[in-house]
Design a protein around this ligand. Structure first.
Ligand code: UDP
Length: 195
């Protein structure tokens, strides 16, 4: 079920159901977009930048990230069962990836951070295949090369940590050329996992 919050469709799911939905998206293939929607993003989409609302509309899964969104669901009369934040969803997906053999790629954060996050995750979830990392302070002319590298490594899951809404815009610009991947913006998650 989807709840309409100020024009944004948000999926009404527990964390466990969100993980299952992602597993279905991975199985069905194709470029897939996931947005964990927080109040700041929704505010900007409504008030400042309508292209953000189009990104939400195009997403295959939109989760309620933040108390403000959960509260909005209660006010609308259709409560969300719980918050599904980027970091929590990422950790669940990485655990699942290790179990299922899904390849993952980490894009974003300061130089060195994605590598450290990858090392920590592999320690925590042995067998996890991290097929590539790339920091998030690249120049515009480097983007095409980065997209090509991601495509060649063929991850099933692409975590993008460039901050919202830059990461959602980046995913929208490039996912069609990457192809068969499920991409999700995860904000400052690499900093948390690497620390
Ligand atoms: N970041 C990046 N490239 C940039 C700007 C930011 O890789 O050009 C990274 C930054 O290092 C941090 C993340 O994006 O790891 C943003 O984290 P923040 O908590 O600010 O994002 P939010 O949760 O607000 O979306």
């Amino acid at each position: 079920m989807r709840i309409n919050l100020l024009g944004a469709p948000v999926d009404c799911l527990t964390m466990e159901q969100a993980e299952e939905r992602v597993a279905e998206l991975v199985r069905s293939g194709g470029p897939r977009r996931i947005i964990t929607l927080n109040p700041e993003f929704l505010y900007r989409a409504v008030r400042e930048d309508h292209t953000l609302m189009e990104l939400v509309d195009r997403a295959d899964l939109v989760t309620a990230d933040g108390e403000g969104i959960v509260w909005g669901g209660r006010v609308a009369g259709t409560p969300f069962p719980e918050r599904v934040t980027g970091i929590d969803l990422m950790l669940r997906l990485v655990k699942r990836a290790a179990a299922e053999g899904w390849r993952v790629f980490l894009l974003g954060a300061a130089p060195g951070v994605a590598e450290e996050a990858a090392e920590n995750m592999v320690k925590r979830f042995p067998g996890l295949q991290v097929v590539g990392t790339q920091h998030g302070y690249f120049k515009p002319h480097e983007e095409a090369g980065i997209v090509e590298t991601i495509k060649q490594r063929a991850p099933q899951l692409l975590f993008v940590a460039l901050g919202a809404p830059a990461q959602e815009k980046w995913i929208d610009r490039h996912i069609e050329s990457i192809g068969d991947v499920v991409a999700i913006g995860v904000g400052g998650s690499f900093d948390v996992i690497s620390g």
